[in-house]
Write a protein that binds this ligand. Structure first.
Ligand code: ADP
Length: 394
């Protein structure tokens, strides 16, 4: 009886011990498992953070603005370009689209995407300090794997530069048409007068033929200048750079223009020292000098002086200046004088047969040589057009 009891107790103790050992083992295994899960979670979170950072960095390099919103219309992610367009600090996570962009049309687009799958090519005008900005927005509704609404993605293209270029192009076409129409209508009315019987009168015949000749020449000059600008704009100008003696180049141009200067009693002076050798395309350089000297003759004083000088700058470049002692140019006109078709004195330019493109060509050619051009003038005391060139290597 006692033996049986002892055996029972021993068995119970062994069973209890085995149970306790098994429980301890299970707790240890579970602990290890929990620790592994915890490590995996930390690892996954770090991976996700890194992936998000990589995505944000990638989006931030995009030229287009990008905004991703959740189903409640709150921003999940916005890139740098979007922040710049709407003047908010990205990623703006958690803010509503209206809070971030302060633009009702953008917010309305996000609401529309609750009903429509996409909105393409929507154009927006942003009123900003200074000039307005123009955007094109393409937006897409996002769906989760179960097909439920999961917010939207908006891609914003800045069209402002394109619009500005378009406006410049339209203005240019309008200007060209206007410039072509004036001489054409004068040629046409002179021809009509002759056809209507004017040709019977020898004096009228000569006068009207001279008008036709003058305005046909003006058209030729205009078309030459337009073609030149178009070539310069296309970037296809291959400069034939070589060492050019500045004094010799100026002399050639002053010789060519001597007769023209004579008609206005203007004295041309070549004050360029010998020995200044620029690295330039000789034909283009002659064109720059010719345009500037021709202007000095046309717009300078009747019986005045036009002088071309040059000197070396400390930078090692050479500066060439064409000065006249005419009426000069008002300060507000100086700021715009290199623009196409801009004229300080419209009547004078037309009367002198100017195309309004000479200085635009000068600026283009000088810049193509890596130089700069500017105007200095004190009204009443003449004007000076100054440009820089690189010196040829000795
Ligand atoms: P244009 O064919 O009319 O001469 P430019 O581009 O050469 O065109 O010159 C633009 C305008 O700048 C001229 O219409 C004229 O009003 C002004 N201008 C240019 N050079 C001078 C100058 N030396 N003195 C005064 N005005 C000048």
């Amino acid at each position: 009886m006692t033996f049986a009891l002892v055996l029972l107790l021993v068995l119970a103790a062994a069973f209890a011990l085995a149970w306790w050992l098994e429980r301890a083992r299970r707790i240890r295994t579970e602990g290890r498992h929990m620790q592994e899960l915890d490590e995996q979670r930390v690892h996954r979170e770090a991976e996700l953070r890194e992936q998000t950072q990589r995505t944000v960095a990638l989006f931030d390099r995009m030229i287009e603005g990008l905004i991703v919103v959740d189903a409640g219309g709150r921003i999940r992610l916005a890139n740098r370009a979007a922040g710049e367009l709407f003047a908010f600090t990205p990623p703006a996570t958690g803010r509503t689209i209206l809070e971030a962009t302060r633009h009702h049309e953008v917010s309305a687009m996000v609401s529309r995407l609750e009903r429509e799958p996409e909105i393409l090519g929507h154009e927006l005008r942003l009123e900003t300090v200074g000039a307005p900005k123009f955007l094109q927005v393409n937006a897409l509704a996002l769906r989760d794997s179960a097909g439920g609404r999961d917010g939207a993605i908006l891609v914003l293209h800045d069209l402002t530069r394109l619009r500005q270029l378009e406006a410049v192009r339209q203005e240019f076409v309008a200007n060209v048409s206007h410039e072509l129409r004036t001489p054409l209508s004068l040629i046409k009315s002179a021809a009509e007068t002759l056809l209507d019987g004017g040709k019977e009168d020898p004096a009228a015949l000569t006068r009207f033929l001279q008008i036709i000749d003058k305005h046909a020449n003006r058209l030729t000059l205009l078309i030459d200048d337009l073609l030149m600008l178009s070539t310069l704009d296309s970037g296809n100008v291959r400069l034939n750079l070589q060492p050019v003696s500045l004094r010799a180049a100026v002399q050639e141009v002053t010789d060519d223009l001597k007769a023209r200067a004579g008609t206005r009693g203007v004295t041309l002076e070549n004050a360029v020292p010998t020995g200044l050798i620029a690295q330039a395309d000789p034909d283009r350089l002659r064109q720059v000098l010719s345009n500037l000297l021709d202007n000095a003759i046309k717009y300078g004083r009747v019986g005045g002086h036009a002088t071309v000088g040059a000197h070396l700058l400390e930078s090692g470049r050479v500066e060439v200046a064409i000065r006249d002692d005419g009426p000069g140019i008002p300060a507000d006109a100086c700021a715009r004088i290199f623009e196409r078709f801009y004229r300080a004195d419209k009547a004078r330019s037309r009367e002198q047969g100017g195309t309004g493109l000479g200085l635009a060509i000068v600026k283009h050619v000088v810049q193509a040589h890596g130089g700069e051009v500017r105007v200095e003038s004190t009204p009443g005391a003449g004007a000076a057009f100054i440009f820089t060139l690189t010196m040829a290597k000795a």
